[in-house]
Design a protein around this ligand. Sequence first.
Ligand SMILES: [Zn+2]
Length: 58
Amino acid sequence: MTLKCHVCRGLQVGKVGSDQYYCWNCFLEFNYARGRLNLFEVGEDGVLTAVDEFPGMV
Ligand SMILES: [Zn+2]
């Protein structure tokens, strides 16, 4: 299965947890908790901030 970033549709997505993924292009982390996509912005200090909607999100 090829994983794509839902924001940029890029393929530079790495797995960082059991259901957690990271896009190296947008610097966004995302997971599929409870069957829905959740996006997080990753700050410089590694703190995750939930993103409800992102411009251009598929
Ligand atoms: Zn992306």
